[in-house]
Design a protein around this ligand. Structure first.
Ligand code: PLP
Length: 365
């Protein structure tokens, strides 16, 4: 890369020059995908039927977000003015940060957590204040409260959190919102369906609470890129100024109504993953591998110093898992997405073989 001073083209903003490159390992994923916490099987068949009926008219027109936005709002028990659809939760985070984070502001972030908060914050003039979780990776509630300052502008909490799978309680979230009335509290409920607990009902009642949801996980629509941001109407007005009116494409908009309607499929997929998680955790315990209790569709495990080799061996056995060693406080830890019971039985065979090859297989006493 050229030195900034010698660039033969206009120099990007200083903030952008300082941003780290982030390349999620999305290449060559033709294997059992236990690496990105996606739905590992399929979306509702009703969505596929809708896609098969997309006409040229659908594609030639610009997408109109509002009618589907109103439908999603009704599904969440909120008003249309409280809800914005986005190009995945990633865009929701990006737009929220662009809307509110100024020079001198602080983004308060319990870590380890979802990488993109820090990536998008690094493109703003705000400062990231990381609040490290203890070794048990439980939500660092007291430490977070103690880190609130008059400069705190946004507090971002993934609930359940990734990569740990641990959660903050409703009481803790309400208390944080009350203790930081000058800040926005973003609660990212990307994995809500696997946890079952939400603070969505507090939207509006707490004037600084914003909740994000995605269709990328339980609904199995990561490729369509749809997320939801829900907050008080007065706050959402400003978010809408920054958000492109066209960022959710017409295929995604066409697919949301059938996806929302097919609750039988969603419930089946979630219960399948929860049953598979229990089986997988039992296998981890039998192998004496340390794990963190998870309320999401993934489990964080401690492999230790041979983490990279473990990921390589799993890959060689056709199972993709994600090394989280570079996350703060996660050295040696690997995150494994939970799929169906059948898929996880394949993963358990690969796991035991990889652990045996690395001399890590110690049956519990
Ligand atoms: C906590 C959290 N939020 C958001 C996302 C991304 O959601 P989307 O696909 O809607 O951008 C992820 C994806 O892994 C995540 O873990």
């Amino acid at each position: 890369m050229s030195e900034p001073d010698k660039m033969p083209y206009p120099k990007p903003r200083a903030r952008v020059l300082a941003m780290k490159e982030y390349h999620p390992p999305l290449g060559c994923r033709d294997a059992l995908r236990l690496d990105f916490n996606e739905n590992t099987l399929a979306c509702s068949p009703a969505v596929l039927e809708t896609l098969a009926c997309i006409s040229a008219g659908n594609l030639t027109r610009y997408p109109e977000r509002e009618p589907v936005e109103a439908m999603v709002a009704a599904h969440l028990g909120l008003s249309a003015a409280q809800v914005a659809l986005t190009n995945g939760v990633d865009e929701a985070i990006h737009v929220l940060f662009e809307t509110f984070l100024d020079a001198g502001d602080e983004l308060l972030l319990p870590v380890p957590t979802y990488t993109m908060y820090e990536v998008y914050a690094s493109g703003t003039d705000a400062r990231v204040v990381a609040v490290q979780a203890a070794d048990d990776l439980q939500f660092p509630f007291e430490r977070l409260l103690a880190s609130i300052t008059p400069r705190t502008k946004i507090i971002a909490i993934a609930n359940p959190n990734s990569p740990s799978g641990t959660v903050a309680t409703r009481q803790q979230i309400a208390e944080i919102a009350r203790r930081a009335p000058h800040a926005l509290l973003l609660v990212d409920e990307a994995y809500f369906h696997f946890h079952g607990e939400t603070v969505k009902d507090m939207v509006g009642a707490l004037p600084n609470l914003i909740v994000a949801r995605t269709f990328s996980k339980a609904y199995g629509l990561a490729g369509l890129r749809v997320g939801v941001l829900a907050g008080p109407a007065e706050l959402m007005r400003w978010v809408r100024r920054v958000l492109s009116p066209y960022s959710v494409n017409s295929l995604a908009l066409a697919c949301l109504p059938p996806a929302l309607k097919d609750t039988a499929y969603l419930n089946w997929y979630v219960s399948e993953v929860l049953a598979a998680r229990t089986e997988f955790e039992t296998a981890l315990d039998a192998a004496n591998i340390r794990r963190w209790p998870s309320r999401a569709n993934f489990v964080l495990v401690d492999i230790g110093s041979q983490h990279a080799e473990f990921v390589r061996l799993m890959h060689a056995a056709g199972v993709l898992v994600r090394d989280r060693s570079n996350d703060p406080g996660c050295n040696g830890r690997v995150r494994i997405t939970i799929g169906t019971r059948e898929q996880m039985r394949q993963a358990i065979v690969a796991l035991n073989e990889a652990l045996a090859a690395l001399n890590l297989l110690q049956p519990s006493a």
